[in-house]
Ligand binder design. Structure first.
Ligand SMILES: [Zn+2]
Length: 73
């Protein structure tokens, strides 16, 4: 039996990760980043203590982009 090959999976995951890092970097610099799907500006949601608040992350208005972020306390 041959071992499963995850090379392609790992490659695309790394690419996504890099894209996300660039988006985060740009947003942190105050640059406007558009959603690749709907071309609406992406919005960064920071951590909030309010109950029922959205998970921190980067979202577009339509919801096709939703990158959840983990903020360290
Ligand atoms: Zn979108």
């Amino acid at each position: 039996m041959s071992k499963p090959d995850f090379t392609d999976v790992n490659k695309s995951a790394a690419k996504n990760f890099n894209n996300q890092r660039n988006i985060i970097k740009d947003l942190c610099r105050g640059k406007m980043v558009m959603c690749t799907e709907c071309n609406k500006p992406l919005e960064m949601i920071g951590p909030s203590k309010k109950p029922g608040s959205k998970t921190p992350g980067i979202y577009c208005k339509k919801g096709c982009t939703a990158i959840e972020l983990e903020f360290q306390e």
